[in-house]
Write a new protein. Structure first.
Length: 212
């Protein structure tokens, strides 16, 4: 079974997907981490996201694999390096490059062929896994998302800077040439603004159990 979860930045998709995958015995596939790995590669190479040809060449040369549940880039475990402020600053622009999306999507589809999984991202329900049995769209107000991110303590940015970054990311995500953030017609829509993680998980899990 494939459970596909979409939603804007900072809405808690990763926490929900991880919790549900663990409880259901599914693999947790975080699509955003693949774009973050490409972004990390560009930072290391000193390449800007505005050089599309160079970006696509670098992305094509990457060996991305899941090993022991963690994303490895060219054999290196980069899982703990993917959420830096530097990566955050360019990942939306990198993920908006259409050929890069094609490269990443193929990685995701290959992984899905042999696993029950929970996949989360921006276009899991509308592009990557249109055949998913369960489609979910998580949402929350930008201010709520910024507050959650700020309280995590993983960023050196102020609340105001995080909020501005989220708003800019939303504009980019909703206006991509391909794979833009859209609520699919059959998605279970969940506004998480006033819900706990447990309450959101219960809604998604109930939907999964309906279809098993």
């Amino acid at each position: 079974m494939i459970v596909a979860i979409d939603g804007p930045a900072g809405v808690g998709k990763s926490s929900i997907a991880s919790t549900i995958a663990c409880s259901m015995g599914y693999f947790n596939l975080n699509s955003g981490n693949f774009y973050r790995a490409v972004s990390l590669c560009l930072i290391r190479k000193g390449l800007g996201f505005d050089n599309e040809e160079a970006v696509c060449s670098a992305a094509s040369d990457l060996n991305l694999a899941i090993i022991d549940g963690k994303l490895h880039m060219n054999g290196e475990d980069v899982e703990d390096l993917l959420h830096s402020d530097e990566v955050d600053a360019i990942v939306a622009q990198v993920s908006a490059i259409v050929p890069v999306r094609h490269i990443v999507n193929e990685h995701l589809r290959v992984i899905s062929r042999s696993l029950d999984l929970v996949a989360e991202g921006r276009d899991m329900t509308t592009v990557v896994f249109t055949q998913a049995e369960v489609n979910v769209f998580q949402d929350a107000a930008p201010e709520i998302r910024a507050e959650r991110r700020f309280k995590q303590g993983v960023s050196s940015l102020s609340y105001e800077e995080i909020l501005e970054g989220i708003r800019k990311r939303d504009v980019i995500d909703r206006n991509k040439k391909e794979g833009s953030l859209i609520i699919s017609e059959d998605a279970l829509y969940i506004d998480t603004s006033s819900l706990t993680l447990e309450q959101v998980c219960e809604k998604v899990t109930d939907k999964i159990k309906e279809l098993k």
